[in-house]
Design a protein around this ligand. Structure first.
Ligand SMILES: NC(=O)c1ccc[n+]([C@@H]2O[C@H](COP(=O)([O-])OP(=O)(O)OC[C@H]3O[C@@H](n4cnc5c(N)ncnc54)[C@H](OP(=O)(O)O)[C@@H]3O)[C@@H](O)[C@H]2O)c1
Length: 243
């Protein structure tokens, strides 16, 4: 369990669900992990669950000065993981465009921003992981803005892979389907009206169930350790994007 020994990992969005599972896995594999998000209580709980001398930092990925200040004292980053962000659903004629812009802020420009500040400190052999989502490839009703940003992240990943290959920095995109932690899956009552959207989404998954955060952590480990993997978009989605 030391395949990442000596690696310095920074996980944006590492206080919850997907980012937390990646941070836990990387720490178990020997990396020195810092998780980054905005809510300090959640970050404290996260580092307790990650252990292995993990650290946390309070940063809003949408705010340039905060991201710059975070990276400034770091000497080296080997593994940069971007899982920060949220989502919203709504009809194109109902959701104000400013709300989609607010989604792009952290989830597209935030990911570009972390790359902007981290890349000068990333040595040959280091890895960037971006995060998009199935909506880039499989249309979801009332998710036009989210689908657009997922597609934009997939494209950005390929462009950056090309741009950074001469510096031996690999860039790949994790594209999750519906991912819920075990507790959330256990307590999910699909019969309740407020869970209608989740029910509809689960009906579209060939495997018939959501995935677990550890499934994405497994994909992140592949990106972290496969020296020939770059420019990839990895759909970890129970087969959703096959339909
Ligand atoms: N779970 C899924 O089914 C799924 C599917 C496709 C795509 N995705 C995308 O994958 C990413 C991770 O998903 P998830 O389910 O793990 O989300 P999550 O449980 O909601 O966690 C999001 C993480 O991002 C942090 N965050 C949010 N906004 C931030 C900001 N402006 N600056 C810094 N940190 C911020 C959150 O902490 P704070 O709130 O404390 O900042 C939290 O640590 C998200 O972008 C999500 O939209 C998820």
């Amino acid at each position: 369990m030391d395949s990442l020994a000596g690696k310095v990992a920074v996980v944006f969005g590492g206080s919850s669900n997907i980012g937390l599972a990646i941070a836990q896995r990387f720490a178990r594999e020997g990396a020195s992990v810092t998780v980054v998000a905005r809510n300090e209580d959640n970050l404290q709980h996260a580092v307790e669950s990650i252990g292995h001398d993990s650290k946390y930092a309070l940063v809003d990925i949408a705010v340039d000065e905060e991201v710059a200040k975070f990276f400034e004292p770091l000497e080296r980053i080997d593994l940069l993981v971007n899982c920060a962000g949220s989502f919203l659903f709504g009809a194109v004629d109902e959701v104000p465009v400013s709300e989609w812009e607010d989604l792009f802020g952290p989830r597209f420009f935030g990911q570009m921003r972390t790359c902007h500040y981290a890349v000068p400190k990333m040595p040959a052999g280091s890895v960037i992981m971006l995060c998009s989502g199935v909506a880039a490839k499989s249309a979801i009703v009332n998710y036009a803005g989210g689908a657009g940003l997922c597609g934009a992240v997939n494209s950005m990943g390929k462009q950056l892979a090309l741009e950074l290959a001469p510096r031996e920095i690999r860039v790949n995109v994790l594209s999750p389907g519906l991912i819920m932690d075990p507790e959330a899956q256990k307590t999910l009552h699909l019969d309740l009206p407020e869970n209608e959207l989740r029910r509809e989404l689960i009906e579209r998954i060939p495997m018939g169930r959501p995935g677990f955060p550890e499934d994405i952590a497994e994909a992140a480990m592949f990106f972290a350790t496969c020296d020939y993997a770059t420019g990839m978009v990895l759909d970890v989605d129970g087969g959703w994007t096959t339909t």
